[in-house]
Every structure is written in structure tokens, then in C-alpha cells.
Write a protein that binds this ligand. Structure first.
Ligand code: SAJ
Length: 416
């Protein structure tokens, strides 16, 4: 089997490498020349546990190479981004998917399988993507097998989840479902569930929407408890002792290219019906403001004006800052006059991000923890005594051990 993957980002690259590890000949295609060159030189451009070792392995096996142009293959996988449009309900922007599909059309042969892994709005396969393939004259379900197989892996655990998660294979026709299932049986050990394309599209979107709505509930609860001076973290711990309750964890907001994006795809298709989904987005996008208001309160009674943010990524142990609420908090705090806002994140290599923790906290008046990196769990180092006011505001409840001279504040005791 030969596979041509379009898009070598957080999903396309690990997926390509996984197939290559299983002796599939893989050509990974991306529009970014620097990414292609780096990969062909054996260097990865994203952080993901196990990715570098796996790339080394498939390069040594000779089963993976990167290229700027697609080529003929048996299977094509589309794994390009689907951002929100800048319209009223932030609908699904299929520009990259459409151009990826168009880029492979000249290379199609009878018997080819095209799999869209990108997250897409409900009905996109039937209403937008199939018509593009129809233009070739090939008959979908007979000559070409068109499938939506949404990616559902968790960044940080991609290699494990690629193999062990269940896989939804949504075909335009039953023959397409069968063809797609065979492709994934190469390495998937979870169940391979066959269905139609529109059920696959909607179930993927609902997985992330379920999580977003649940996090919104936790964030709203944090707000209510703060107003009523109740320890929200204790409330959640206690309520979750009930066998059928699982309140999620409140935080500075919801980020990443999935939960902060996908629910809008449903809302945009049925805005007058999807009220709860819409409201949950509003609650979650309001959380950076909640953090900033509380930072202002904490800073109101100190002389100094230096704030150090720990963690800029949308969640712990990744390098991804897309839609990160931490970035939003950083921007809002910077916009407030008078503050000197510093950022420290060992996973984010940007010139304005300080890489030395002691330097970042020196003379600082408040540390605000916004990502739950493992590095923040235990602070043996650095010596916080260099701070002017020794206080930590931990929005992720991640810091488990701080020196006893540090005042530690989280959502549970913020109202004190
Ligand atoms: N978060 C909270 N409270 C929680 C859980 C998460 O505030 O209780 C925040 C995180 O800090 C982060 C955001 O939510 O900002 C999203 O993080 P996540 O770990 O829930 O999910 P993602 O975006 O990294 O990956 C999700 C996963 N979907 C589900 O768990 C249903 C993953 O399986 C999908 O493959 C991925 O979206 C995707 O690509 O769609």
C-alpha cells in the first residue's frame, strides 16, 4: 500500500509516521517548504512525545519521505486545518480541505481511497467534498472510495491513542466504509466502527462539544462559587463522589484547535437551535476576563507592578498556543496600563518568552499559573524569595508543593 498524506501538522505527521512504521510507503505533503526540508533531514517541527524517535525509525526504514507535491498513491489522507470563518457564527472554513482535495484530483486512479481526517462541519462530505470528486468523472463508491475518518487523538498522547482509540469510519457509501476500515486495520487495535459520513462528522463534533459544554459548566460553577464564597474545588471533589457525576475542571478558559473551534461548526448550521452549545462557548471565552479581574484585585494592594505568567500553552505538556486562553490573559494584562507582564514557558520557544524561571520571577509581585505543565507541579527551584510579593495565583490548581513562605491562591480560596 502507498499512502499520500496532505498536511503534516499535529495530526498528519504522527498519522503518516504510524503508517510508515507499519511498512506502508508514505509520502507526506505540506505547503511549507521549511517543514518538508526539516522532516527530510530527520527533524520534527512540533512537540509530541515519541515523535522524534518514530521519525528516526521510519527514515531508517526508508518508508517515509516528505514532499511539496502530491503523487499517485493507493490511499490519500487529508489532515489540514479547518479554522472558523470570520462570520457571525464562526462557521467551518473548508478552504484548506477543498484545496487539498483539488491538489490530489490530477493523481487519482480507479480504486483509490480518499480519507478526510480534518474535523469538518456536518454534511461537508456530501454537500462540498463529494461534488469536487464527482468532477473527475470517477464514480464515488465504485471507482473512488470517499471516507470521513475524524481524528480523535489527544495531543500529548497521540501515538498511544492512534493505536488504541476506537476509530469511526464514515463512508459516502457502504463500499467506501469497507475500504476505509481496511486502511485503518493496518495498525488500529481499538474497534473500527463503520457508519455513514454525516454521522461520523456529527459524532466527532459532539465529542468535543460535550467536553466544551461540561467545562463551561465547571467554569460557571467557579464563578458562582466565587460570588458566594464557597470553595469550588471542594464542591467538585465532593459532587464527583456521586457515581453518576463528573464535573470537569475549571480553569482560565478553553483553548486548542479543537474544543475552542469545533462547537461553532454545529452552531453555524443550526444557530436558532444550538443555544446551549453557543452559551457554553460564551462562558468559556469569558474566563480570561475572570482571571484578569482577579489579578487586578490581587495587584490592587501591592506597590509593585510586575506579573509573571507561568505557562502560555492551551494545556499542559504541549507546545501549542493556538486559541490559548493564557495568551488572551497575557494580552489583556499587557493592555492594562502600569503592569510589566513577563511570560515563562519551557515549552514555548519564542523570543519574548523567558526560558529561565528564576529570571522570570525575580522582583515579581504575582505569579499567575495558566498551563498545567508537569514542571509546575513541584517548585523546589527556584528561590521565590527574590520576588517582591511572594504570591502564586494558580488557575489550573496544578502546583502541588510550594515553599511555606509563598502565599498560594487558587480558584478554591480566591475569594478570601
Ligand atoms: N480543559 C479544562 N477543563 C477540563 C478539561 C480540559 O479547562 O476539565 C481545557 C484544557 O486546558 C484545554 C482545553 O480544555 O484548554 C482542551 O483540552 P483537552 O485536553 O480537553 O482536549 P484537546 O483539545 O487537547 O483534544 C481534544 C480531545 N477531545 C476529547 O477529549 C473529546 C481529543 O480526543 C481530540 O482528538 C481533539 O480534541 C481534536 O483534535 O479534536
Amino acid at each position: 500500500m502507498k499512502l499520500c498524506t496532505i498536511g503534516l501538522g499535529y495530526i498528519g505527521l504522527p498519522t503518516s509516521i504510524m503508517f510508515a512504521k507499519h511498512n506502508v510507503e508514505v509520502v507526506g505533503v505540506d505547503v511549507k517548504k521549511d517543514v518538508i526540508d526539516a522532516l527530510n533531514n530527520g527533524e520534527i517541527h512540533i512537540e509530541e512525545p515519541g515523535l522524534q524517535t518514530a521519525l528516526d525509525e521510519v527514515i531508517a526504514m526508508g518508508t517515509f519521505r516528505a514532499s511539496i507535491t502530491p503523487e499517485t498513491a493507493d490511499v490519500f489522507i487529508i489532515a489540514v486545518p479547518t479554522p472558523n470563518n470570520q462570520d457571525l457564527y464562526k462557521s467551518c472554513d473548508l478552504t484548506y480541505v477543498n484545496s487539498a482535495i483539488k491538489s490530489i484530483l490530477p493523481y487519482l486512479k480507479r480504486g483509490n481511497i480518499i480519507i478526510v481526517e480534518s474535523t469538518i462541519a456536518p454534511r461537508s462530505m456530501d454537500d462540498v467534498i463529494k461534488p469536487l470528486v464527482d468532477q473527475t468523472g470517477f464514480v464515488v463508491g465504485k471507482d473512488i472510495f470517499l471516507v470521513h475518518c475524524p481524528e480523535r487523538v489527544l495531543p500529548g498522547q497521540i501515538f498511544h491513542e492512534l493505536v488504541f482509540n476506537n476509530r469511526i469510519v464514515g463512508g459516502i457509501t457502504p463500499a467506501c466504509e469497507e475500504a476505509g476500515a481496511i486502511v485503518y486495520s493496518t495498525f488500529v487495535k481499538g474497534e473500527i466502527i463503520k457508519t455513514d459520513a454525516r454521522t461520523a462528522e456529527m459524532s466527532k463534533l459532539m465529542e468535543n462539544t460535550f467536553r466544551d459544554v461540561n467545562i463551561a459548566l465547571a467554569n460557571e460553577l467557579a464563578n458562582v462559587c466565587h460570588r458566594l464564597e464557597i470553595n469550588v474545588l471542594d464542591v467538585i471533589e465532593m459532587a464527583n463522589k456521586h457515581p453518576r457525576v463528573n464535573i470537569h475542571t475549571p480553569g482560565p478558559g478553553v483553548g486548542g484547535h479543537c474544543l475552542a473551534v469545533d462547537p461553532y461548526f454545529i452552531v453555524a448550521k443550526a444557530p436558532e437551535i444550538a443555544q446551549l452549545i453557543k452559551l457554553s462557548r460564551t462562558v468559556n471565552t469569558s474566563m480570561p476576563q475572570f482571571v484578569v479581574e482577579n489579578v487586578n484585585k490581587l495587584m490592587s494592594n501591592v506597590e509593585g507592578k510586575v506579573i509573571t505568567i507561568l505557562g502560555l500553552t492551551y494545556k499542559g505538556n504541549v507546545d501549542d498556543i493556538r486559541e490559548s486562553p493564557a495568551i488572551e490573559v497575557f494580552k489583556q494584562l499587557q493592555a492594562e496600563h502600569n503592569y510589566e507582564v513577563r511570560a515563562y514557558d519551557p515549552h514555548v520557544k519564542l523570543d519574548w518568552v523567558i526560558q529561565d524561571l528564576e529570571l522570570a520571577v525575580k522582583d515579581s509581585d504575582l505569579i499567575v499559573v495558566l498551563s498545567d505543565h508537569d514542571e509546575f507541579k513541584e517548585f523546589g527551584d527556584p528561590d521565590f524569595s527574590t520576588m517582591s510579593n511572594i504570591r502564586i495565583f494558580d488557575t489550573k490548581n496544578v502546583v502541588k508543593r510550594v515553599p511555606n513562605y509563598v502565599e498560594y491562591i487558587n480558584y478554591g480560596n480566591l475569594y478570601n
